[in-house]
Design a protein around this ligand. Structure first.
Ligand code: PLP
Length: 388
């Protein structure tokens, strides 16, 4: 038979799923499992969004919507980006997509030629790597630097890795998997690099609203001169506990919007209308729900952090956003994947090995705190005892 496309050979299956599948197997066999693997909020989608979707379905909103998304939602998103993020956004520059994942793939397919390079500070959400390969481009992973228990942007290494083929710089803040939130100064340095070397910035701000109170979130597209070279990606999956609804969006400047829009148009056509109505309702009236979830995540982060700090063989990296802690582990296995599998087998604690986010994650576990406080405490107790 004819073979699959060559560019797919480098697109790996998700390594996050490997450990979740093993955890599910263990649970099905009747053993206890503490799942710290989940990359999604454990809350129900807020009731006002559910009600809006039911209403929309009853009113017949079950057909195609405009390809770009419903106009009221695009307008509300443009206001949100202008008012909250300082991005000079217009409704005509917004595309509503099937989650942030589609927004990313549309962008890469539209902007990258074979041979172009994409700089990805790593560890990183695996989709950047796979989307680059799917576009026939080359992902260039630059290991993030760690200093005093904190990851920082590897600015110098990024600069020395730039070649004439470099086209896109990926920024993700708050960051999956480390929970790091980039400071204004770091973002300014990255913006300077992008301008100096004429790069497009793809800024993934999916976890924007899940962030510690004292930590501000900055959008790089709001920095002087950056809106024209930045694609901002965001969505409702994490902030509003809507992973299954598939509502994401992107903001693209005039130079890039038409190409990205054509990929979206011929790829998914549109996001379901009733899901867009639910999202619109939350943009207008969802503040309280977001605050409640954010506070709960904050409590759980602090709880998990302090439970783990007791162990001398664990280093909890500083994290102030998203729903993850990235924890360095001293162990005797040959790699962190083996350790994670053994940990699950012997204690029932399921965490994602850092290498699921690239080789820069070797030695680390990603612990999601999107699970009950009771489970977090028990999982932490078992992990601490295990490495001790
Ligand atoms: N960006 C980051 C950093 C993520 O971790 C995720 C999901 O895990 C997404 C974007 C995309 O989310 P979705 O496609 O579910 O909207």
């Amino acid at each position: 038979l004819p073979s699959s496309a060559k560019r797919m050979t480098n697109v790996e299956f998700s390594k996050i799923r490997e450990i979740s599948a093993k955890a599910a197997e263990r649970a099905n066999a009747g053993h206890d499992v503490f799942r710290l693997t989940l990359g999604e909020p454990d809350f129900d989608t807020p009731a006002i969004a559910q009600a809006a979707a039911f209403e929309a379905i009853k009113a017949g909103d079950t057909h195609y919507t405009p390809n770009t998304g419903i106009q009221a939602l695009r307008e509300a998103l443009a206001s949100k980006l202008s008012n909250e993020n300082g991005i000079p956004a217009k409704a005509e520059e917004i595309i509503v997509t099937n989650g942030g994942s589609e927004a990313l793939l549309d962008t890469f397919l539209a902007l990258l030629n074979p041979g172009d390079e994409v700089i990805i500070p790593s560890p990183a959400w695996p989709n950047y790597d796979s989307a680059a390969h799917m576009a026939g481009a080359t992902p260039v992973h630059i290991p993030m630097e760690s200093a005093n228990g904190k990851f920082i942007s590897p600015i110098e290494q990024i600069e020395t890795s730039i070649t004439p083929n470099t086209k896109i710089l990926v920024i993700n803040t708050p960051h999956n998997p480390t929970g790091v939130v980039l400071s204004k100064e770091e973002l300014q340095e990255l913006a300077n690099l992008a301008t100096k070397h004429n790069l497009i910035v793809v800024s993934d701000e999916m976890y924007e609203k899940i962030i510690a109170d004292e930590t501000p979130h900055y959008s790089i597209a709001s920095f002087p001169g950056m809106a024209e070279r930045t694609i901002t990606i965001n969505g409702f999956s994490k902030a509003y506990a809507m992973t299954g609804w598939r509502v994401g969006y992107l903001h693209a400047p005039t130079a890039y919007y038409p190409a990205i829009f054509r990929v979206h148009q011929f790829n998914t056509a549109c996001t379901p209308g009733f899901a867009q109505q639910a999202a619109l309702t939350l943009l207008k009236d969802g503040e309280q729900a977001v605050t409640e979830m954010k506070e709960s995540f904050q409590r759980r982060r602090v709880l998990l952090q302090s439970a783990l700090e007791k162990a001398t063989n664990l280093t909890v990296m500083e994290a102030t956003g998203a729903i993850y802690l990235f924890v360095h582990v001293q162990h005797n296995d040959s790699n962190i994947r083996d350790f994670a599998l053994r940990l699950l087998d012997e204690t029932g604690v399921a965490c994602v090995p850092g290498t699921a986010f690239g080789s820069a994650g070797e030695g680390y576990l990603r612990l999601s705190y999107a699970t009950s406080e009771e489970d977090l405490l028990e999982a932490a107790k078992r992990l601490v005892a295990y490495v001790g």
